[in-house]
Write a new protein. Structure first.
Length: 79
């Protein structure tokens, strides 16, 4: 699947001229399961019907935004 994603990213990059960043998301499902288990054991209410994929996607987004913070801060400082 990773090779297929890389080929798609290359085609998308060629078609749009936009840089495409590939991210390894294999551990986000495990992290989501760990967080959900911690929440349920601490007595916190879990969302009903909310799949772990939502939480995994949020983890992936947070990691991306945290990683990009130095670049975003440098860009605003040069303005």
């Amino acid at each position: 699947m990773a090779a297929e994603a890389a080929r798609f990213a290359a085609r998308l990059r060629e078609a749009t001229g936009i840089e495409i960043e590939l991210v390894d998301e294999r551990l986000t499902s495990w992290q989501a399961q760990q967080i959900a288990a911690e929440l349920s054991s601490s007595g916190s209410r879990q969302r009903k019907g909310g799949p772990l994929d939502d939480l995994a996607a949020a983890i992936l987004l947070r990691e991306y935004l945290d990683r990009d913070k130095p670049n975003a801060q440098a860009a605003t400082e040069t303005r």
